[in-house]
Ligand binder design. Structure first.
Ligand code: TYD
Ligand code: MG
Length: 376
């Protein structure tokens, strides 16, 4: 949030059902032990919330829980109990009797948000709204909600993995460049202080197709393992699939490899996976992906202590990227010996100690520097 909750501010935490929104917000409430919190749930009973709270924290708390969906009653209770923080889980379950439409409809979401916002602005306390998003990523009850709140935090992750990322997509009172990275344990969400250490697999073996990318999520440098598996297509049409990275971008990279660098990949199946269930949007992953694809295709393992950062353009050029120094220092911190980066980023870069920084202009250059063995 960039310094904490501002009184009167309305914060929306959005995420798919089951991702951990209620858990996160309840943990926040449990941490605010010196504040009077009113946690309103339209989804769970007070007993269920109490049981969960006991599992998440052993200390005494004075959180008040209200299991209700009637907005008028919620406002009445809030006026009586005068909380210092108000939590609504979820806005889609709330219903104002002023409207006839069903809970979750655009009208109800807008009306309930307006009334709640009016209440917290008048009484000067922060409001946390939980909102479900559908699989396609839109906050149910379209974009109405995003415009009405001061801050939108998206809670994302892959349900089959333990990692979760909380990112600000709108923040009236702070930066949108911050991210929080958590793991979901049986005792609730725990902050991951050194995400890179977890996202790089620990195997001592060097395996073909696994390459480390020096990425940046929000303002945070993150080293992650990207994996590629390239094999001859068994059936007519080669398969292309990607988990954690945009498939269109991967198809573009494959076309660059085919047309600009001359690798025949069109008859091969290509599978891409970002380790740890992370979803990465940073285009600087391109270079590591290209190396992973070729490493798998050649069946030549990449050196364990090398990592990559660079965006690849349609002509096969390796384009300069943002936050190069942060990426390099994260790689150095984790003991990497060498980082391959766009040559265009070297111009104003101060001399780096304890890590070898290599600049490349084109995909061909990097192949030459990385896969020398192949050409011997
Ligand atoms: P929940 O917070 O209910 O998700 P949301 O409110 O976004 O729908 O939590 C979702 C899942 O998290 C639930 O299926 C069980 C799991 N979970 C844990 O693994 N550990 C825990 O301590 C808790 C509370 C939940
Ligand atoms: Mg929930």
């Amino acid at each position: 949030l960039g310094g904490g909750m501002v009184p009167g501010a309305v914060m929306l935490i959005a995420g798919e059902p089951g991702i951990g929104k209620s858990t996160l917000v309840l943990q926040v409430a449990l941490h605010l032990s010196d504040k009077q919190v009113l946690y309103v749930s339209g989804e769970e009973s007070a007993e269920q919330i109490k049981l969960r709270a006991n599992r998440l924290s052993s200390s005494e708390t004075k959180i008040k829980i209200l299991s209700d969906t009637s907005l008028e009653n919620i406002i009445y209770q809030a006026e009586v109990h005068k909380p210092e923080v108000l939590i609504i889980d979820s806005i889609q379950t709330m219903q104002s009797e002023r409207l006839e439409s069903a809970p979750g409809s655009v009208g109800q979401i807008r009306e309930c948000t307006q009334i709640l916002t009016g209440f917290v602005k008048k009484n000067n306390l922060p409001l946390i709204l939980i909102g479900h998003i559908t699989k396609d990523g839109s906050i149910a009850g379209p974009k109405v909600l995003e415009h009405m709140v001061d801050c939108v935090l998206q809670f994302e992750g892959d349900m089959n993995h333990v990692y979760r990322i909380l990112r600000a997509t709108k923040n009236r009172f702070g930066s949108t460049a911050e991210v929080g990275i958590f793991e979901m344990l049986s005792t609730g969400l725990r902050e991951v202080a050194n995400p890179s250490e977890i996202l790089i697999s620990d195997s001592t073996e060097e395996l073909s197709g696994a390459v480390i990318a020096a990425t940046v999520e929000g303002a945070r440098p993150l080293l992650i393992e990207v994996q590629a598996l390239v094999s001859t297509a068994v059936y007519g049409t080669p398969q292309r699939s990607a988990i954690g990275y945009d498939l269109k971008r991967i198809n573009m990279l494959l076309a660059v490899l085919e047309r600009r660098v001359g690798f025949r990949l069109s008859q091969k199946d290509v599978f891409i996976n970002i380790a740890g269930g992370m979803k990465i949007a940073d285009p600087a992953v391109d270079l590591a992906l290209i190396i992973a694809i070729l490493s798998s295709d050649f069946d030549l393992a990449m050196k364990k202590r090398w990592c990559f950062a660079g965006e690849v353009g349609l002509t096969g050029e390796v384009r300069p990227i943002q936050r190069i120094e942060q990426r390099i220092s994260e790689a150095r911190k984790l003991g990497f010996e060498r980082i391959i980066v766009p040559a265009g980023n070297l111009k104003n870069l101060p001399k780096q100690n304890n890590i070898h920084v290599i600049g490349v202009n084109k995909v061909e250059d990097v192949l030459h520097k990385v896969f020398q063995k192949k050409q011997d």
